[in-house]
Ligand binder design. Structure first.
Ligand SMILES: Cc1cc2nc3c(=O)[nH]c(=O)nc-3n(C[C@H](O)[C@H](O)[C@H](O)COP(=O)(O)OP(=O)(O)OC[C@H]3O[C@@H](n4cnc5c(N)ncnc54)[C@H](O)[C@@H]3O)c2cc1C
Length: 458
């Protein structure tokens, strides 16, 4: 008899797991608390004149050199990819910084930018010594013995003579959009070379994005099992009954399945469990999300108010920059994604499309205010240890785990891969051609990160 798998969480991890399981012949039931699939990869519908335009608002782009499996998925689904230039504008009380080497702020920090380069070269060397032989650009290379796992970037930067002012004025305003927080002092140095290759502090970069909006990815992935997709289903209990599970949602609806894949946040998993083991309590209860330490980025305003930008630079920001960060006199940081400057499907619409986090000013022309509890997990040593130990829970008693708390950093490829690895450990084969050696190698590395030795095969 075909096994039925319940998947809790409809972000890319959960939909990825359900998609792989369904194409392998499993019956799936996919439960999502929100009214649409996508999780953080939300699609927003803007009013434009008498019509509308859809765009991404939070998950907006990705570093193409690293997203081997996610781009294989988009190829397979026939979703177009575009490469866009990505640049940052930072406004401080002393002036602005915009990666062009010209401004007074950049000149003030010129010696520290040189030290920053030395720091990256140093970490790159240490990583190269400890990491397994690197064959391609990968997010998944990892060595347990690398001391850079336990030393935060911040402390190493201070040792290299980089000031707190540089950290607060340059690093945090740019990377708040990477880590979805302003609290980054615990980020381990091991990821610094990766970070710099994705978002170099001193120069603009390029990233991939969907030609349309992320919704089409989720629509196309879930189309073959659309009847088994249950949105507006917040799962509140997962109970073991004989050899099966009863999944119950907040409205008391119940479903019976053989196995469960958890693809929601760790707190939600723990809350659903009837009698969690000590290890489940320890790992799921201690997994830290960005809003546990800094609530700044769990709330955002979708709007069209260009008055939030300084008048002098307004037109330039609207046409040339993807992310605008502003530090006020108190040191508080507001960050805005300029969707209309970057998204291929909306950049010619002629209306400003902005998403502001941690808004400090009054904002007009608000289209939506959205709360995003537990948006992504903290990148820290504590979460790395938890991620590494989740392997001892994987598959136990028919329960599997994927999503951000099972990955070393937050990212669409990482979450998608975690869903594929969970599906594979149930029995779904790796879904893409084995000819793409980089994608296959990433998949194997992700298995190493998520599973114990005896679970791995491809
Ligand atoms: C603001 C922001 C910007 C980002 N930008 C990028 C970017 O540009 N590029 C990139 O690669 N990555 C980005 N990320 C990282 C992003 O987190 C991942 O790319 C990925 O979308 C995470 O997918 P996921 O499926 O693991 O989790 P999520 O997308 O968080 O999905 C989890 C789902 O579980 C659901 N859920 C929770 N509890 C329950 C329950 N009890 N019952 C049912 N459903 C439940 C939630 O509603 C949610 O839909 C960004 C993240 C954030 C927060």
């Amino acid at each position: 008899m075909t096994e039925k798998i319940g998947v809790v969480g409809g972000g890319i991890a959960g939909v990825g797991a359900a998609w792989a399981l369904h194409r392998a012949g499993y019956e799936v039931e996919l439960f999502e608390k929100g009214s649409a699939l996508g999780g953080s990869a939300k699609t927003f519908r803007w009013t434009v004149g008498d019509g509308y335009a859809d765009s991404p608002v939070l998950v907006v782009a990705w570093p193409q050199m690293y997203y081997h499996n996610y781009e294989s998925l988009l190829d397979e689904l026939g979703v177009g990819i575009e490469t866009l230039p990505v640049s940052y504008f930072v406004q401080t009380p002393e002036g602005h910084f915009c990666q062009d080497g010209q401004t007074a702020v950049q000149q003030r920090f010129a010696p520290e930018f040189r030290r920053w380069k030395k720091l990256i070269a140093f970490v790159t060397k240490v990583n190269a010594f400890f990491m397994p032989k690197k064959t391609h650009n990968s997010l998944y290379h990892f060595s347990y013995f690398n001391p850079m796992n336990v030393i935060p970037i911040y402390w190493l930067a201070r040792l290299f003579g980089i000031s707190r002012a540089f950290w607060d004025t340059i690093f945090v305003p740019i990377h708040c959009a990477t880590f979805i927080t302003t609290s980054m002092r615990g980020v381990p140095a091991v990821i610094l070379p990766l970070l710099e290759s994705v978002v170099p502090l001193e120069e603009p970069t390029q990233m991939g994005t969907w030609r349309g909006a992320p919704r089409q990815v989720f629509d196309r992935m879930s189309a073959p099992f659309a009847d088994s997709v249950h949105t507006d289903h917040e799962i509140t209990a997962v109970r073991r009954r004989k050899n099966r599970f009863i999944i119950e949602d907040a409205k008391g609806r119940t479903y019976e399945v053989d196995k469960v894949v958890f693809a929601c946040d760790a707190t939600a998993v723990l809350n659903t469990l009837e009698s969690p083991s000590w290890l489940q309590r320890l790992l799921l209860g201690n997994s830290q999300y960005v809003d546990d330490v800094d609530p700044a980025f769990s709330r955002f305003v979708v709007h069209g108010d260009t008055g939030i930008f300084p008048e002098k630079h307004r037109q330039r920001i609207l046409s040339d920059f993807n992310t605008y960060s502003e530090i006020d006199e108190t040191g508080a940081l507001e960050c805005t994604f300029v969707i209309s400057a970057q998204n291929p499907s909306t950049k010619d619409a002629g209306v400003p499309m902005l998403v502001t986090f941690n808004s400090k000013k009054a904002i007009d022309q608000v289209q939506a205010r959205i709360d995003l509890p537990h948006p992504t997990h903290v990148v820290s040593l504590r979460n790395m240890i938890i991620m590494w130990m989740i392997r001892f829970l994987q598959g136990k008693g028919g329960m599997h785990y994927c999503g951000t708390f099972t990955t070393p950093e937050g990212g669409h490829d990482l979450s998608f891969m975690s869903g594929l690895v969970a599906a594979h450990s149930i029995g779904a084969p790796y879904p893409f051609s084995q000819d793409n050696v980089n994608a296959v190698e990433d998949f194997k590395q992700m298995q190493r990160l998520m599973l114990t030795r005896r679970d791995r095969s491809i």
